[in-house]
Write a protein that binds this ligand. Structure first.
Ligand SMILES: *[C@@H]1O[C@H](CO)[C@@H](O)[C@H](O)[C@H]1NC(C)=O
Ligand SMILES: *[C@@H]1O[C@H](CO)[C@@H](O)[C@H](O)[C@H]1NC(C)=O
Ligand SMILES: *[C@@H]1O[C@H](CO)[C@@H](O)[C@H](O)[C@H]1NC(C)=O
Ligand SMILES: *[C@@H]1O[C@H](CO)[C@@H](O)[C@H](O)[C@H]1NC(C)=O
Ligand SMILES: *[C@@H]1O[C@H](CO)[C@@H](O)[C@H](O)[C@H]1NC(C)=O
Ligand SMILES: *[C@@H]1O[C@H](CO)[C@@H](O)[C@H](O)[C@H]1NC(C)=O
Length: 416
């Protein structure tokens, strides 16, 4: 926000819990929290070259670091903290914040595209390997060595994302027509999804569901696409599935198919979609499980700052149903943008029905995936403990006291 930042927790569809708010730093443009821990990294427009690492629960600064240029993005897992500048990448050890490696003269990366596997046992890092083509550099941030380069697209990259185990990598190029999924660390192509052929779009977010069953892509258009990563049946010449057959025909014929036909086939490719009531504005999406059901969240980056919650039908897909709209920046303004809140006006579809049935008290309903993406039990503060009871986190073991940001390099990772 212009005035600071807020951290929320969404444990039930209906309730957005404010975990923390801070007005110490203004014009914040990066806030990254280490899973559900008290560690937060903040960068503001006032000092775009400075990263502040904070313990928000204690309200103290752990350390700060200055870089040679503006910070474009920061990624963290339980092993590494990665800072991405336009033409360099800095890899810190998150335990003591020591700088382990600087990748200098990386290909120009104006949007700070960078993905870090949340699984800290592999800590793969992906960033553009070229500024003119869609090549991906895959780097092992634990062992500090290059893994491979993946020639993912012809045109420059627009988005990259790992799955939760860090064994799949999805990518889209700036044309936004095709989304590809590769194996990690080998870089072999597993899937290819067509988002649409009719026009180029700017992909603004790309994310796997925690179980890697779904991949979601949002853009500057009003449609969010959800793809299903199904195990495709082996195709032989005699046994060609309908989808495979149509797919092949479509690939061969797409150059001269009339627009309507190609539209129909493209829609067939996305398992589910969300139709937003806005376009042209930057938005960020994610796939989560709340109250045992898969949900798609859309954050619209506008002055009013809204979070939309949709239900995703994991069996039949189709159009996702909007079930809740939360205002993030305080009380919601009354419909200045022509949208209405959905309370009491929910369509009677499968998804909407299950959502209504599941509106039970929120505290005990956080099940399914760990919101920490596989972080070890007992090591971090679960969200509900933060909100109510005493904090059990032993910060001395969680993050050894950091007296200095610099110091002798100690490197004890288990690398071959
Ligand atoms: C970074 O720069 C700021 C001034 O902008 C300074 O106060 C701070 O001490 C510097 N941090 C380090 C670690 O040198
Ligand atoms: C993390 O990756 C390691 C090695 O690649 C794998 O054995 C492990 O199961 C993964 N852990 C999680 C939580 O995904
Ligand atoms: C994508 O974004 C760039 C820069 O913001 C803009 O120039 C371009 O027209 C956009 N492309 C599409 C297809 O919207
Ligand atoms: C990530 O992708 C790999 C490779 O397909 C798969 O084995 C693994 O189960 C996926 N991770 C999760 C969390 O589903
Ligand atoms: C094609 O093969 C798959 C798996 O081998 C099988 O499940 C499917 O029924 C076959 N389809 C046809 C039309 O024979
Ligand atoms: C979005 O717009 C459509 C058509 O303009 C309208 O029917 C629908 O109720 C709107 N949805 C919301 C949540 O405002």
């Amino acid at each position: 926000m212009k005035t600071g930042y807020k951290l929320y927790s969404l444990t039930s569809v209906e309730r957005l819990d404010l975990v923390h708010e801070s007005y110490d730093v203004s014009d914040v443009y990066i806030v990254e929290r280490l899973f559900s821990s008290s560690l937060v990294v903040v960068v503001s427009h006032d000092k775009p070259r400075q990263m502040n690492v904070l313990h928000f629960k204690k309200g103290t600064e752990i350390c700060n670091y200055n870089y040679s240029g503006n910070i474009l993005s920061i990624r963290l897992n339980r092993q590494r903290l990665v800072v991405c500048l336009e033409e360099s990448v800095y890899i810190h050890n998150i335990k003591d914040m020591k700088l382990l490696k600087t990748l200098l003269d990386t290909p120009r990366n104006p949007y700070g595209l960078c993905a870090l596997s949340i699984n800290h046992s592999n800590s793969y890092l992906a960033h553009p390997g070229s500024s003119t083509s869609g090549e991906i550099s895959l780097y092992d941030a634990n062992c500090l060595k290059c893994e491979c380069t993946i020639p993912a697209h012809d045109s420059p990259l627009a988005a990259i994302a790992f799955n939760a185990t860090g064994t799949k990598l999805a990518s889209a190029s700036e044309k936004g027509t095709v989304i590809r999924v590769f194996t990690v660390p080998e870089g072999q192509k597993l899937y290819e999804f067509r988002r649409g052929m009719k026009r180029y779009v700017n992909i603004s977010s790309l994310v796997f569901s925690m179980d890697s069953q779904f991949l979601c892509a949002s853009s500057n258009t009003e449609t969010v696409h959800v793809f299903k990563l199904e195990q495709l049946p082996e195709r032989t010449e005699e046994n060609v599935s309908w989808t495979g057959y149509v797919g092949k025909m479509f690939m061969a014929a797409s150059n001269y198919l009339p627009a309507q036909v190609s539209d129909m086939m493209n829609q067939d490719r996305a398992f589910a979609t969300v139709r937003l009531n806005f376009s042209g504005q930057k938005n960020v999406c994610t796939l989560v499980t709340i109250q045992k059901l898969p949900r798609l969240l859309v954050h619209r980056e506008s002055s009013s700052g809204h979070l939309y919650v949709y239900n995703l039908d994991p069996q039949d897909g189709g159009e996702c149903v909007l079930i809740k709209k939360h205002g993030l920046l305080g009380p919601m303004k009354s419909d200045t943008d022509g949208e209405s809140d959905t309370d009491g006006a929910v369509p009677a579809s499968y998804a909407a029905t299950v959502a209504r049935l599941s509106s039970v008290p929120s505290t005990s309903t956080v099940t399914g995936y760990s919101e920490d993406g596989g972080a070890l039990r007992g090591e971090i503060i679960p969200e509900h403990e933060l909100a109510v009871g005493p904090v059990r986190l032993d910060d001395e073991t969680e993050f050894p006291p950091i007296s200095m940001c610099r110091g002798p390099k100690k490197f004890t990772e288990d690398c071959p």
